[in-house]
Design a protein around this ligand. Sequence first.
Ligand SMILES: NC(=O)c1ccc[n+]([C@@H]2O[C@H](COP(=O)([O-])OP(=O)(O)OC[C@H]3O[C@@H](n4cnc5c(N)ncnc54)[C@H](OP(=O)(O)O)[C@@H]3O)[C@@H](O)[C@H]2O)c1
Length: 274
Amino acid sequence: METVHATGPIAVLGCGKIGEALVRGMLESGFAAPAQIRASARRPERAAYLQTTFGIHAGTGNAAIAGGAAVVVLALKPNLVLPILEEIRPALAPGAVVISLAAAISLAQMEQAAGGATAVIRAMPNTPALIRHGMTALARGRHVSEPQMTAAAGLFASVGRVVTVEEKHLDAVTGLSASGPAFAYMVVESMAEGGVRAGLPRDLALELAAQTIVGAGAMVLTTGEHPAKLKDNVTTPAGCTVDGLLELEAGGLRVALIKAVSRAAKRAGELGNK
Ligand SMILES: NC(=O)c1ccc[n+]([C@@H]2O[C@H](COP(=O)([O-])OP(=O)(O)OC[C@H]3O[C@@H](n4cnc5c(N)ncnc54)[C@H](OP(=O)(O)O)[C@@H]3O)[C@@H](O)[C@H]2O)c1
């Protein structure tokens, strides 16, 4: 993956799990140097951890951390996004772009809280950003310039793939690719359990299951083939795979996964009200 470089300071407010994944990814990819990144958290000990672990400047004062940054990432829980946006509003540098990772807080709400013609973007990344295999969807606000959009896309490209979507699709994206790693972990865990049941040592079963899911995902992306065709290629007539597929159909795997994504997407739409 080709890495572009950050052109200005980046502030990550609310640097918890996903914020830390972004910071780590930006540093490991060489997208940004520690001196370019600042982060905030609620607890001083969390800020101290971020400072010690990554060599970045971190603190608990959101306005101080956001001030002067070219890109301000709000990695906060949804209920904190608008109050903290109002709080940091006077400190925002001219030309700064604010990127929220929160489900359900709309671009219009952010534009109103930030005031004036502030450039705001919604981003929905996922935790594999931690190892630079993330999937992020971006939705663009009305006042975002091309260079600001390029800066945002560059940041998330440093930790994986990036797509741009219309805002109306972000809840569905949340249910699919942001919640999806948890669904995939359950698939990996269960396939490994099957390997153990068939006599494999647990560590080996886990490695085989995980790499199989990595490989299958990469096949879909690399070949551009429909997954059904790729599945057919594995399925020898009267072979073993078709027996396994039959079990998955009988167990309702398809329906379970479809329902899991749509339930998570529905919940994503409710989160801003909590
Ligand atoms: N996890 C994911 O895979 C994922 C994916 C996409 C989007 N998101 C979104 O990203 C956001 C954060 O999720 P998360 O899983 O990273 O949550 P998290 O681990 O709980 O992180 C939230 C962070 O916000 C900090 N915080 C709380 N109050 C604050 C304040 N007043 N000022 C500054 N920082 C404050 C917390 O600090 P302390 O640690 O000191 O309490 C914590 O580090 C959510 O909106 C979520 O929907 C998450």
